[in-house]
Design a protein around this ligand. Structure first.
Ligand code: KIV
Length: 321
């Protein structure tokens, strides 16, 4: 498994070698660290964050500042993967100069390694200008969620007559303009396989079958966070909605019955103090009473070495105080 940084050249070589590319959406540093450790090749800071993070019905309300904020967080958590920042709705549609400025911000302020934009041949000139300015571009054709209202909803594309040819033309126009990769979303697998075979740049499919050079899923879908969203193309690898609910139910119950926090999960006044000294414990509670002190739990600190100081909240991105 390659541990050096994934670049747009790595991705091209992967296609040449017939190695499949694994891409996932990602919106924060903690997930970025985990997905990067699992060797996902590309982390897409997708404007899908408008739906899965912000709770909107579509991706349309997402702003460039939202994208910069999340891209920065993902870049901080990433060591190996290539990080793609998605250009949000109306950040590139109203003019080439505006688009270059905004893509530049996503790279400079957000730290994205490349950008993605939706649309085919109509954006070929823009893609050429971005690439000439040193901004690598990933295209996105088929079901393009920013065109939700124009498409009449999230519908499979490419089934009507002539649509397959248009999709192929779009893909070829993006490749000719210098795009380094193209997302194929929500199109019949035969068309996606044909496009993938005809391009020398890698295609990344979502709802586009196994003939693409790589695959992408929204990380929240893969983890089963939203149990009411189960489209055919999503494989749910975990049922996190149930697991999270079970864990949080247990936490709420522990808080309510006073069993959390235990003595071992608290800071005694005297470091290393053992729980079997109720008198001392009472004095701690008298000095700093915050309510909800649980009963003594015999043996709750048994696994702590004598003199161990309880550890304060820590995460991989923070060192202990
Ligand atoms: O915004 C997004 O997450 C995307 C992927 C689904 C390709 O564009």
């Amino acid at each position: 498994m390659k541990t050096s940084k994934v670049t747009i050249h790595t991705l091209r070589q992967m296609k040449e070698r017939g190695e499949k590319i694994a891409m996932l959406t990602c919106y924060d540093a903690s997930f970025a660290r985990l997905l990067d450790e699992s060797h996902a090749d590309i982390l897409l800071v997708g404007d899908s964050l408008g739906m899965v993070i912000q709770g909107h019905e579509t991706t349309l309300p997402v702003t460039l500042d939202d994208m910069i904020y999340h891209t920065r967080a993902v870049v901080r958590g990433t060591r190996r993967a290539h990080v793609v920042g998605d250009m949000p709705f109306m950040s590139y549609q109203s003019g080439i100069e505006q688009a270059i400025d905004n893509a530049g911000r996503l790279m400079k302020d957000g730290g994205a390694h490349s950008i993605k934009l939706e649309g085919g041949a109509q954006h070929a000139e823009l893609v050429g200008r971005l690439v000439a300015a040193g901004i690598p571009v990933m295209g996105h054709i088929g079901l393009t969620p920013q065109s939700f209202h124009q498409l009449g909803g999230f519908k499979i594309q490419g089934r009507e007559s002539g649509a397959a040819i248009r999709l192929l033309e779009d893909a070829k126009a993006l490749e000719a303009a210098g795009a380094y990769s193209i997302v194929l979303e929500g199109i019949p697998m035969e068309i996606a396989a044909d496009i993938s075979a005809q391009l020398s740049i890698p295609t990344i499919g979502i709802g586009a079958g196994a003939g693409c050079d790589g695959q992408v899923l929204v990380i929240y879908d893969l983890l089963g966070i939203n149990e009411s969203f189960k489209p055919v193309f999503v494989r749910t690898y975990e049922n996190l909605s149930t697991r999270i609910r079970t864990a949080v139910d247990a936490y709420v119950a522990d808080v309510r019955d006073g069993s959390f926090p235990s003595f071992a999960e608290s800071f005694p006044l005297v470091a290393g103090q053992q729980p079997s000294t109720p008198r001392k414990r009472a004095s701690v509670s008298a000095i700093a009473h915050v309510g909800g002190c649980g009963p003594d739990l015999p043996g709750e600190a048994d696994d702590k070495a004598e003199g161990d100081e309880p550890v304060a909240y820590s995460s991989p991105t923070r060192s202990d105080p």
